[in-house]
Design a protein around this ligand. Structure first.
Ligand code: LLP
Length: 422
């Protein structure tokens, strides 16, 4: 059994702590399942990222989709970040968290008319368009509002990010962005599009990418387009390279942010414009854990099962991507036997598992387990299947604990169904 290396989740007297607080103490108050995040981790990761690019004009737009809790967005805003929003709901959240106009960028392969209108109303720094049809619609909506929309075109650079197929976005077979030729054609329509000002070029080639070479390849391709446009008099202010940096869940060989910067800085420097980054997972994944309680243990034939109170409804990643999340006890007891078990939830699906064939400390009813690296794409992908309430979320700052989202009540779940209750 290994323990996940983390600076903000450490054992003191064999008890897992987040910063200075014991996890057991937290969940004694909140119950389980509960997400716990370290503020220090958010801050350290953000600063590390920002510092790595200090030599060039740049701005980080935190990808709120990885964790859209208001307090998490607010933490990044206070560090100087902007927010990359992917929907009306994320835009609403970012504004509620205090994001100012100009500090937001609007993404999505399928923006509704209303989303485009809201983007313009709130004066987002740029709308990243993903098709020619969308360009016409943005132009039309901006005209009706008497505005000139700042627009970037998302280019699909046709680069293999070598990640899980569901989260690979930069191959021509993927739905995202437009190909090089289409991008050039659209940019060249600048003079006809009276209510659009092209201000940027954008890419995002996928998520959980663990090698630098796809980034270099894609940035080179995008830079080539940038220079062609420049020669033609289309000067862009922003060069947006998206997010996608992989983190360590298990024993993946990843790269440091300094290595990432060293590889792409030479190209970025030659552009002489503001570089935009949209990291999500890098800033949040290892800032969070999901704490769950063991309900039962059993053996079917020769197979061990640990049934816990968290499920695919709380953390979907193992079920849909076969993702690995390290699982470790909140209380380490070296005298306990190690077993190989599937850690499963209470939902009525065989796909409801958090780990398979995992070597873990033998546990019993009432023990607490930490599912590591759960700060990104965890709570945001939770659901109410089986009429389960979604988990609570806690933010730890030193020795201070804040409940940044209370556990849903059953009445929350009935909120929209008043008809039957009349
Ligand atoms: N920018 C755009 C346009 C994106 O689509 C994404 C993520 C990001 C930035 C942030 O990417 P990151 O730095 O977090 O890799 N649910 C999946 C991940 C989906 C990622 C979607 N787009 C998972 O749990 O692995």
């Amino acid at each position: 059994m290994q323990f996940f290396p983390s600076t903000c989740f450490t054992y003191k007297d064999n008890q897992l702590h987040c910063e200075e607080v014991s996890i057991t103490d937290i969940v004694r108050q909140t119950g389980t399942p509960t997400y716990i995040y370290s503020k220090k981790y958010f801050e350290t990761a953000y600063k590390e990222f920002d510092d790595a690019f200090h030599e060039i004009p740049h701005k980080i737009f935190y990808a709120a989709k990885s964790n859209f809790n208001l307090s998490v967005i607010k933490t990044f805003l206070q560090l100087g970040s902007g927010v990359d929003v992917n929907s009306e709901g994320e835009l609403y959240r970012a504004l509620k968290a205090g994001a100012k106009p100009g500090n937001l960028i609007l993404t999505s392969v399928g923006k509704t008319k209303n989303e485009i209108k809201l983007g313009l109303e709130h004066d987002v720094l740029m709308i990243k368009a993903e098709s020619e049809e969308e360009i016409y619609l943005i132009n039309e909506i901006a005209a009706s509002m008497n505005k000139v929309a700042r627009v970037a075109i998302r280019v699909n650079p046709d680069v293999d990010a070598k990640t899980h197929p569901y989260i690979s976005t930069g191959l021509s077979e993927n739905k995202f962005g437009v190909d090089r030729e289409t991008a050039l054609r659209i940019f060249r329509m600048q003079n006809e599009l009276k209510n659009i000002k092209f201000t940027g070029i954008d890419m995002h080639i996928g998520s959980q990418i663990t090698s630098i070479s796809p980034f270099v390849e894609a940035v080179e391709k995008l830079a080539n387009l940038f220079f062609i446009l420049k020669k033609e008099g289309i000067e862009l202010k922003h060069f947006d390279i998206g997010g996608g940096i992989g983190i360590q869940y298990k024993d993946e060989k990843t790269f440091s942010i300094k290595e990432y910067a060293a590889a792409i800085l030479p190209i970025l420097k030659s552009l002489n414009c503001e570089i935009i980054f949209e990291p999500g997972r890098y800033l949040t994944a290892n800032a969070g854990i999901l704490v769950t309680e063991v309900l039962y243990t059993k053996k079917n034939q020769n197979k061990n099962f640990v049934v816990v109170d968290a499920a695919m409804t709380d953390l979907l990643r193992p079920s849909i991507y076969g993702a690995y999340h390290h699982i470790q006890p909140i209380k380490v007891d070296a005298t306990k036997e190690k077993i190989t078990a599937d850690v499963v939830g209470p939902v009525c699906e065989s796909g409801d598992f958090l780990a398979k064939k995992r070597n873990i400390q033998k546990s019993e009813h009432g023990d607490l387990l930490a599912i590591m690296s759960a700060g990104a794409y965890g709570m945001v992908m939770a659901s109410n299947y089986n009429a389960r309430r979604r988990p609570a979320e806690i933010l730890v700052d030193g020795n201070k604990i804040s409940v940044i989202r209370g556990r849903e009540t059953f009445d929350h779940l009935l909120f929209d169904e008043q008809e039957a209750l009349k």
